[in-house]
Design a protein. Structure first.
Length: 238
């Protein structure tokens, strides 16, 4: 049963969907169709970006995908579909035991650990499993705190391959967030934690309240402001 403070929001969202329904094109790709159905079935602070995650990862044809933060497994299920298509290794890390929401495959792994601590063991961990430790896709959706995200960037970016993507969720957090269909969810203000850490790593400033695409020091940075924000950093070797 939803808490009393969430009832007005639940009523507003139900009314909004009834008065202003949103119709989306049906994808011909079966994996993307499943992802879109999941997003409609379980609306959340990341549901709007599940298709983006799948597309961004699949386009790169990665060898190794690393996910920091699993929670309920929405992003993990998307990464599994992308990993299946490209035959990628997939490693997910979380402080809590999220193994129940992770699919089973010899190429897919779940590690219950602090992600900063695990970064110090990552090269040896990969070597023991005959996995090249160059990360093609790094997906970050963990604590959303500035200090922790700074440490994640310092610890994990040295493992990124020359042609890589780093994906960050929660780069525009507020007390409430709005999805593309107009419905609203409860969030929390993390004092610009994630986007501030990205700014520091690139030595620049961003306005995370608007959508933008820019280039900074060899990185193509794309940002979407809705639904708690989603930012991608793409690097290509010359």
């Amino acid at each position: 049963m939803p808490s009393l403070k969430r009832l007005p929001l639940k009523f507003y969202n139900a009314l909004h969907k009834r008065i202003w329904p949103v119709y989306r094109p049906v994808p011909s790709c079966p994996e993307l169709k499943e992802i879109e159905e999941q997003a409609l079935r379980i609306p959340s602070d990341i549901s709007d970006y599940l298709g983006n995650i799948f597309s961004e990862v699949s386009a790169l044809h990665p060898h190794l995908i690393v996910e920091l933060g699993v929670r309920g497994g929405q992003s993990r299920s998307v990464l599994e579909r992308a990993a299946r298509i490209s035959g990628s290794f997939l490693v997910s890390v979380d402080l809590d035991d999220c193994s129940a929401v992770c699919g089973k495959s010899p190429l897919w792994h779940f590690v219950k650990s602090d992600d900063i601590k695990f970064a110090g063991l990552f090269q040896d961990w990969c070597s023991q499993r005959s996995i090249e430790s160059a990360i093609d896709v790094l997906f970050v959706d963990s604590s959303h705190l500035y200090e922790h995200t700074v440490e994640e960037i310092k610890a994990w970016f040295p493992f990124l391959s020359p042609n890589c993507k780093a994906l960050f969720h929660d780069t525009n957090m507020r007390s409430f967030y709005r999805r593309l269909d107009g419905t609203i969810g409860h969030g929390w203000n993390n004092s610009r934690g994630v986007i501030k850490a990205i700014e520091e790593s690139l030595g620049t400033k961003f306005n995370e309240r608007i959508d933008f695409v820019t280039t900074v020091h060899g990185w193509v940075v794309r940002h979407w402001a809705h639904c708690n924000g989603f930012t991608t950093m793409e690097r290509r070797s010359q």
